[in-house]
Design a protein around this ligand. Structure first.
Ligand SMILES: *Cc1c(COP(=O)(O)O)cnc(C)c1O
Length: 358
């Protein structure tokens, strides 16, 4: 079976975890600080704060930017539910803005119309590892005095105009087991803002500013040292992983772009291809889900990210009257094909061959 994602752990990660276990310090130690410092350096920001996962990174980043009850945050309806859930967790209201068909990311041209007196922030999602249009988004944020919180949970190392995502506003990353770099469960916040960093540090540790001194309501959203040890080794390999993903994506596109009814992702230099996602249109002659099943029968995994836009989820009933036509259309057409770093040319040819045959 050609899998959609594969865990890549070497002896470096294993040795690093054993070293932490032997050290006797399994939490809140120097290894976490080291991971935070290296990650901040990689993104190109002053501060990085390790968290228990990407969702807690998003929740914390919003709170640290002063977002709370009564506030509105503009985001994409075409994402993993955690993006919008984090806004609700902060007590604020998600306001959805439709996406662009070509990129599946939030459409900056539609943002100004969604801004109200209550809008406090824009949360773009760099979906599939493709950077959102940060030039336009930051311009709008500046004009209207809004914060930018980036959901970069799928976009470790992605760049917009040569600048890493997660360095435009407050960045949020996930190190869940299937992401481009992983620690099992884990997350990270990146920021250049000293105050945001200070509040985020308190928020992940019960609002604590010093030993048993609590300034605000906080949570236990900390990362363990074993996870940080894995993360440090993964970070060293990330650039290599990303270039493998990009090479695989280029090869797939070269060989799929001429097929009628398959729209391949637009080439973009800063894309790190967490997913390689094509659109199966009517012209293909087979429904998207049919294609997925046929690939499965040929031992090729594929999946749909995401089959139900957030505003159509049962836990978002209050949004059911809203319509975001592009998000709704893409949810019926997108199909993500394997692109992970361990694929061989033979694997890629098998995927390409199967689609040509279909
Ligand atoms: C994975 C992911 C998250 C959440 O990260 P977890 O570590 O699973 O909590 C948030 N947003 C997006 C777009 C993701 O892909």
């Amino acid at each position: 079976m050609i899998l959609l994602s594969k865990i890549i752990l070497g002896k470096e990660e294993k040795e690093a975890v054993l070293k932490v276990m032997d050290s006797g310090q399994l939490a809140r130690g120097a290894v976490i600080k080291e991971f935070e410092d290296r990650f901040a350096e990689f993104i190109g920001v002053k501060h990085a704060i390790a968290t228990s996962n990407g969702t807690t990174a998003l929740h914390t980043a919003l709170v640290a930017n002063g977002i709370g009850p009564g506030d509105e945050v503009i985001t994409s309806p075409f994402s993993f539910i955690a993006s919008a859930n984090a806004i609700k967790m902060a007590g604020a209201r998600p306001i959805f803005v439709d996406i662009e068909e070509k990129t599946a990311n939030i459409n900056p041209r539609l943002i100004p119309d969604a801004i109200t007196q209550r809008t406090k922030a824009i949360m773009p999602v760099h979906l599939y590892g493709r950077p959102a249009k940060m030039g336009d988004i930051c311009g709008i944020a500046e004009k209207y005095g809004l914060k930018v919180v980036e959901d970069a949970c799928q976009a470790h190392g992605a760049e917009f105009n040569g600048k890493r995502v997660g360095s435009f506003g407050t960045g949020c990353f996930s190190f869940y087991a299937t992401k481009n770099m992983m620690t099992g469960e884990g997350g990270m916040i990146s920021t250049n803002d000293d105050e945001v960093a200070a509040i985020a540090r308190m928020h992940i540790h019960h609002g604590s500013s010093g030993k048993y001194r609590h300034e605000m309501l906080g949570y236990n959203y900390r990362m363990s040292s074993m996870e940080a040890a894995i993360g440090l080794e993964q970070l060293k390999k990330l650039n290599h992983f990303s270039s493998r993903r990009r090479d695989n994506a280029r090869y797939l596109s070269e060989n799929l772009q001429l097929l009628k009814g398959i729209v391949v992702p637009e080439i973009c230099s800063g894309h790190v291809f967490h997913q390689y996602t094509v659109m199966i249109t009517e012209e293909f002659g087979r429904a998207r889900d049919d294609v997925k099943n046929c690939l499965f029968d040929r031992d090729i995994a594929s999946d749909v990210f995401y089959p139900i836009p957030i505003h159509k989820q049962r836990s978002y009933k209050e949004y059911w009257n809203d319509h975001f036509p592009v998000a709704e259309k893409l949810s019926t057409e997108v199909l993500s094909l394997p692109v992970h770093p361990l694929l061989t040319e033979k694997d890629l040819d098998k995927i390409i061959g199967a689609l040509h045959e279909l």
